[in-house]
Design a protein around this ligand. Structure first.
Ligand SMILES: [Zn+2]
Length: 333
């Protein structure tokens, strides 16, 4: 049953965080009431790797235990999902490329989508039908998206297609218009802090990591886990020493020689942005604050490097997305 399963994809453990649970409960409820659309476009509510959440969604859909807001974890279907071998589940993602030292391919290719469509039209063996997950959906190249579009127009009966995407605006509008759009909201600050505590993040790192990750707890966790937060704090301490006159500019540059120059320029730009934000927001009245906040958020986004390894199509969409947001921010308020 697995002859077409892609060997170039890492194993996944289906997982959902507490703030992702309501969306899973909604999926289960709509499935029970037979009110699910054929295709869902889901935003995971985090910029961190979300394949495990996508798998959890699929598991919750195909779990044989009824009712319940989440997958039971113990039925045959759940066990097959946990073992990465459910015959009615197809997962399409960027694959490792042996010709590029095992790095991930830039795109999801048209061949991958064609294979997926072929698998989806085979007869399902489990009762709950079939499910396909495409993640990150915005990485489908133009040809792949066109190929998927035909299937979205005439979906095989009994199938659910889940397009999981951090950047739905980068998908062609023709694809988006054929999917129901669901979004996971970021948790409250308290909930995010509790979750990070539960992951073993030390108390002193929780606040700064969440600030740096703009409230995204999964990304905050990664910042701690990869050592980026420590680097940022080290940088800020040294910069503070300079601002308070304990060291001069040449010595600071010397101290920072172990930092990658791109890293420390990015850290300095980030610090400047926070300073400008604080001062600008303090200077305007309540009515002006919301609009200013939008513009500052947009400025922060436009400063981030574009995903240059992406296709030209995606680069164009990223720029269009920025321009549309800019116009919206100017006309609001
Ligand atoms: Zn189950």
């Amino acid at each position: 049953m697995n002859e077409e399963r892609q060997p170039l994809v890492d194993p996944v453990t289906p997982t959902a965080r507490p703030w992702q649970q309501p969306l899973i409960a909604r999926l289960r409820a709509q499935a029970r009431q037979d009110r699910l659309p054929h295709a869902l476009l889901v935003e995971p509510g985090s910029r961190a790797d979300s394949r495990d959440f996508g798998w959890r969604l699929a598991q919750a859909l195909m779990c044989a235990a009824q009712p319940g807001d989440d997958a039971c974890g113990s039925c045959d279907s759940c066990r097959l999902m946990a073992a990465n071998s459910h015959p009615d589940f197809s997962f399409v993602t960027r694959e490792r490329n042996p010709k590029r030292d095992g790095r991930l391919n830039r795109d999801i290719s048209v061949d991958q989508i064609r294979q997926l469509i072929h698998r989806m039209t085979l007869t399902g063996s489990q009762q709950a039908g079939r499910c396909a997950l495409i993640y990150p959906a915005e990485r489908m190249n133009r040809e792949a998206a066109n190929s998927l579009l035909k299937t979205l127009e005439e979906p095989p009966p009994g199938t659910l297609m889940i397009l999981l995407s951090h950047h739905p605006a980068r998908l062609p509008v023709t694809i988006r218009s054929r999917c129901q759009h669901w979004r996971v909201d970021l948790p409250s600050r308290d909930q995010a802090e509790d979750w990070l505590r539960g992951q073993g993040v030390d108390e002193a790192s929780i606040g700064p990591a969440l600030d740096l990750a703009e409230g995204d707890p999964q990304q905050a966790f990664q910042l701690v886990d990869t050592g980026f937060l420590r680097m940022q704090q080290d940088f800020e301490d040294r910069l503070q020493g300079y601002l308070e006159g304990r060291t001069d500019a040449p010595s600071l540059v010397q101290q920072l020689k172990d930092f990658d120059s791109d890293d420390w320029r990015r850290l300095l730009a980030n610090r400047l942005q926070r300073q400008i934000r604080e001062q600008a927001l303090a200077a305007v009245d309540t009515a002006g604050k919301q609009r200013l906040r939008q513009l500052l958020d947009l400025q922060a986004r436009s400063d981030r490097p574009l995903q240059v390894e992406e296709t030209n199509l995606n680069l164009q969409l990223q720029l269009e997305d920025l321009l549309i947001s800019f116009k919206t921010a100017l006309h609001r308020g």
